[in-house]
Write a protein of this length. Sequence first.
Length: 160
Amino acid sequence: MVCWAFECVGEPLQILKTHYPDEKRPETAVRLSMAWAEGKIKMPEAKKAILQVHAAAKEIADPADIALCHAVGQACATVHVESHAIGLPVYELTAIVHQHGIENCGPAIADKIQYYMKCLALCAQTTDAAPSRWADFLLDDSRPNKELLVFQKKQSQKQG
């Protein structure tokens, strides 16, 4: 999921750079989160940058660009918890709706979803082929999936 998030965050990042050339927080968050994913820095440094991207969204008036800031932040946070990955498409697709309008966004949404699927397939192949890029904590499949454990706990509470 981390590979996919970094692959897909490029377009939202580029749009923000174009609209706000002096705003460096999204780019900094991506750079530091990538360094974290590669084991070059520790979480607190990247986390601070990620929170700054979300703070930048509060300083922007355009709803599409606000959503893109959150998309970047969620993509970067995928390094910490894989379930943050869903935030990238949720926010980026929201930005597309704002850009095109609810009546006209269908084709752009469909194209973006196809892009996500293509990137996911590509990352599935390349991550296994070149695992040395990633920090050990990302490659450790023996660690419990925290989201799954929470889900299972909630399911068991409903049944019991």
